[in-house]
Design a protein around this ligand. Structure first.
Ligand SMILES: NC(=O)C1=CN([C@@H]2O[C@H](COP(=O)(O)OP(=O)(O)OC[C@H]3O[C@@H](n4cnc5c(N)ncnc54)[C@H](O)[C@@H]3O)[C@@H](O)[C@H]2O)[C@@H](O)CC1
Ligand SMILES: Nc1ncnc2c1ncn2[C@@H]1O[C@H](COP(=O)(O)OP(=O)(O)O)[C@@H](O)[C@H]1O
Ligand SMILES: [K+]
Length: 502
């Protein structure tokens, strides 16, 4: 499985373990890394007019010096540039000694549109913004019109957070990294600066992962496919899970119906829109397979949940912000792990706790391990209301989502183009399987309903959340232009069929 993501620190630990385990030493690994890059260059950019290799002071630069040697050996017109020589005794110094070309100072680098630029200035070891000759070389490479291949990471990009340190970074057409991807390859803006990312095998054994124990993955069916619900032959509709989706007032009913439809398409055997009396007729006019039930008060809600074996609930989309919402959330949460198996809080159910997030966190912190955690599905705006100190790009999106999940003892789906799902047990995924066409009103409601549908069928919360995010994204990728949230539920079955069979 290649889905683990390693932080730069974990990657350097993998490097250390590989060297300790032999047979390659550090220079041996560098030579393999350089060979993998040179092979990618000769396969993808063989006709480049000139090959410019920009080398930094550390091992990333060392990889570049190996690449320059191999390209020169293959008869390519190549120039290697350096700002300064590597420290004596380092692997990069060995790579320099093996290079028969004279390197040129970085400040004379200039590339034409038909050339290839190999960016080997900084990779996992970047600690501060690029300045001086490095910053100028990045500007020239980006403006040159030449194809750019980045070694490990585009220089200037943090492999941890996917953020650009100091605002300047290489924009690559292709990035070749080693062993496993890093969070920065998937988080934005990193993902878009990497271009196509290829992972090269440089001989680091997978056993290194047992020691490192990474808890971050690229979202992928391999992580949760075995947990996807499949109906039993003798099942009935309630044994397949009954979901309740909570509607707002007469002018805000569509969101709950979108969530309800998604829950049904996820395989829940029965789905009910629970509506205030004032919106019963609007909802009734728009529902067929989905059932309808009135509940204006908490006792009516509890009655319904108890009598109709509700196994999953989604509340928030279009529900309305305020005390009524807080009361319903807290009633549903009381039933979580008893009658209501799974609980999804989205949109207004999150915003309603803006003034007192601690009250929500206290509610959600149920002590017993048999109770599945609730799932919260904030976009950045809602996230900022509950976790103001974690808003903004100061920390990696993965760290922010993990910290939030731990505070609210819930699975957090921090949505966006690079959605992160984090569990209170520290597991997390980054999702890169979605189309920007998903950014359409109501698509988040569909996601919340999908999660509730999976929870109601007994799927564990983290796996349900990861599956819902991936399937939601898959639907958007299959549909493409013109996607609306109304289209999404109808697209779910085709994706599901590919994952569970018929
Ligand atoms: N970890 C691994 O398994 C392997 C790593 N390799 C390469 O090694 C790289 C990591 O090497 P390093 O740890 O030496 O890190 P880098 O080569 O990315 O950079 C580290 C050096 O740059 C300096 N530096 C950091 N930011 C700077 C800035 N903004 N301006 C000026 N100087 C700055 C640091 O002080 C240090 O000297 C990887 O990206 C990869 O290319 C490969 O050689 C093979 C295997
Ligand atoms: N650029 C993008 N690429 C892929 N997915 C996106 C992008 N922008 C938003 N999304 C996804 O679209 C959905 C939007 O949800 P949300 O913001 O709650 O909207 P709404 O409240 O209108 O339903 C989320 O699943 C989010 O991850
Ligand atoms: K680089």
């Amino acid at each position: 499985m290649m889905d683990e993501l390693l932080t730069p620190a974990e990657m350097s630990e993998a490097d250390r373990l590989a060297i300790a385990g032999g047979p390659s030493n550090g220079y041996g690994l560098m030579c393999r890394a350089g060979a993998a890059i040179a092979a990618a260059i000769l396969a993808r950019y063989p006709a480049s007019r000139h090959f410019h290799v920009l080398c930094g002071p550390g091992n990333n630069g060392g990889d570049g010096l190996v690449v320059a040697r191999l390209l020169a050996d293959a008869g390519c017109p190549v120039t290697a540039y350096q700002d300064d020589s590597p420290r004596p005794g380092t692997d990069a110094a060995m790579a320099l000694a093996a290079l028969e070309l004279r390197t040129r100072p970085l400040e004379v680098f200039y590339a034409g549109g038909d050339d290839l630029v190999v960016d080997a200035m900084f990779g996992a070891g970047l600690t501060r913004p690029l300045q001086g000759n490095f910053a100028r070389a990045v500007e020239r490479a980006n403006a040159s019109g030449a194809a750019v291949l980045a070694v490990d990471l585009p220089s200037g990009l943090s492999g941890d957070s996917g953020q650009v340190l100091g605002g300047i970074a290489i924009r690559a057409d292709m990035t070749v990294t080693f062993f496993r991807r890093k969070p920065g390859h998937l988080l934005l803006p990193g993902r878009s600066l990497c271009g196509e990312t290829v992972v090269a095998d440089i001989g680091i054994a997978d056993e290194a992962l047992t020691t490192i124990g990474p808890k971050l993955w690229q979202n992928n069916p391999r992580l949760w496919q075995m947990h996807l619900p499949r109906p039993t032959e003798n099942g009935h509709k309630y044994s397949r899970g009954h979901v309740a989706s909570f509607s707002g007032g007469p002018s805000a009913t569509g969101a709950a119906r979108l969530a309800a439809m998604a829950a049904a398409r996820a395989g829940a055997g029965a789905v009910t829109v629970v509506s205030p009396g004032s919106a019963m007729s609007v909802n009734a006019a728009h529902l067929t397979a989905i059932m309808l039930r009135r509940a204006d008060r908490v006792d009516e809600l509890a009655d319904f949940v108890n009598s109709r074996k509700v196994a999953g609930a989604v509340i928030g989309p279009g529900f309305g912000v305020g005390e009524h919402c807080r009361n319903f959330v807290s009633a549903l949460n009381r039933l979580r792990g008893e009658e209501v198996l799974g609980l999804v809080l989205d949109a207004d159910a999150l915003t309603s706790f803006e003034e007192e997030p601690e009250a929500l966190f206290a509610l959600l912190a149920k002590g017993t391990s048999s109770v599945q955690p609730a799932v919260l599905t904030p976009h950045e705006g809602e996230f900022g209301r509950l976790f103001p100190d974690l808003a903004g790009a100061m920390r990696s999106k993965v760290e922010r989502a993990r910290e939030a999940a731990s505070r609210c003892t819930s699975v957090v789906i921090l949505k966006g183009p690079d959605t992160v799902v984090a569990s209170p047990d520290d597991r997390a995924v980054i999702n890169a399987h979605a189309s920007p066409y998903l950014a359409t009103a109501g698509s988040g409601d569909v996601l919340a309903g999908l999660v509730a549908g999976f929870l109601a069928q007994g799927m564990p919360s983290f796996e349900a959340a990861c599956a819902a995010v991936w399937i939601h994204g898959d639907c958007s990728l299959r549909f493409g232009p013109g996607l609306t949230a109304d289209d999404l539920p109808g697209l779910i079955p085709t994706t599901l069929r590919q994952l569970v069979g018929t």
